[in-house]
Design a protein around this ligand. Sequence first.
Ligand code: NAP
Length: 513
Amino acid sequence: MGLMRHVVATRSFLFRQAEMSRPLSLGIRNMSLIRNKAFINGAWKSAASGEEFAVINPADGNVIGNVPNMNEADTHEAIVAASNSFQQWQDTTAKERSHYLKKWFDLLEKNKEELSEIITAESGKPLKEAAGEVAYGNSFIEWFAEEARRVHGEVIASPVKSKEMIFIKRPIGVTALITPWNFPIAMITRKAGAALAAGCTCVVKPAEDTPLTALALAALAQDSGIPAGVFNVVTSARENAPQVGKSLCESPLVAGISFTGSTDVGKLLYKMCSKGVKRLSLELGGNAPFIVFKSADVGKAVQGAIASKFRNCGQTCVSANRFFVQDEVFDEFVAKFKEEMKSQLILGMGSDGVSTLGPLINDAQVHKVDNIVQDAVKKGARVLVGGKTASSIGDRFFEPTLIVDVDPRMLCYNEEIFGPIAVLIKFKTEEEALRLANNTKRGLAGYFYSNDIAQIWRVAKKLEVGMAGINEGIISTAEAAFGGIKESGLGREGSHYGMEEYTYIKYLCFGNL
Ligand code: NAP
């Protein structure tokens, strides 16, 4: 049980730091949803090996709890449970599945404060953002409770009098859901809501950094009466992730994998799934361009830019990664951006209720972000704001940073930064902006601000992304089809398309009629 370190305000930075913090033990007031066991076949289980790993609060390094470090054998047990329960779950009616999901949603809503505090404790994001994520995450369960009842087939006009033909949709079977730490609840519910609604069962493998939210979800699934084995959670430390992943990808009992995480791990899973030709949905890394054309309302563009860049301390796959600003409005954009950074960004403990920017998730992420900034400076970029760790607050806090004079030799120009670093690049023409924006292997989200309607339509079509925010910096919602192109992934989550990842089309031909 750690003491929250009180944040001392310093004015030496351009940005602000929180001046007060709420001294809560761990920041979690109600521990009723905290579980220290994994959830398999409706029961709370230790790892067969007895091993555990510690869940760390990234804001202060304190241990929040310990959970089982599961391995291949434990994962197999969860897969078998999901496979056995699939036999009954697929036979429930869509209306019954909808009722189970609605009940789960009601409990998630009833416990939204508890869930927010768990997310803040294990991921470090500010409480207000955690509450926003819980609302977003819960909305997928509500949405798919509704979509469960709208999985329709088709009747086809037969070319032969003696035959009738129909297509029906069937659940694919057991699904493995592997999720990252940056949205501990939403990345699970976006998958599990659709899987369960379609009639599939699942084994969830959450990230090492954020297993407690996944287990809290399981506790509420259990309370909602979802049958044993339909929703399972296998927790593991980072060193066991490859063997857990391998057994999920290679088990003949698993029909499909849905993964959200880095492109490198996504490619590894893609390869492993090829052996069994499994259904695969991949939501991978982004490298989002954010283009500001000269006709744009610069004030609105800056608001969108701040929201897109600094949400979750920049650790969001759809975060603006490269800002391209047209020559004529560059200086105005820089001045306003700096001003908004100063007035909106408060770095501090996520649990203090004041901070708008928390820590980075772990030491590896701090090292990566620091290296990206140092590399840019070494190669001639100018840091206008921030640029280093904020060690007066804690080891994992990084100052919100603004960098200009950036060129293609720099890491910050090419890599997914995943930190609070805004990189600004000047351009002259629409063609140049599109060429620069599309010059990446990734294609998840992109944003642009313009008030020229012909230009809006041209750029909307030519930007090589799966999702585009047009005069808008925040695009995620359960109703939207979320997903990327190029190396950003396969398939879509959310919206009615989200159900398609978990169903297959079966063609039925009735003859001799
Ligand atoms: P990551 O390292 O790929 O981890 C994601 C998940 O995969 C974690 O549960 C991780 O477990 C697990 N994992 C790691 N190696 C594995 C293996 N060999 N086999 C099976 N599972 C394995 O990604 P991350 O650093 O946590 O997350 C950041 C990345 O996710 C960024 O690139 C971001 O853009 C992307 N992301 C994409 C979306 C989207 O919707 N497109 C959304 C959010 C994040 P451990 O935690 O135990 O290592």
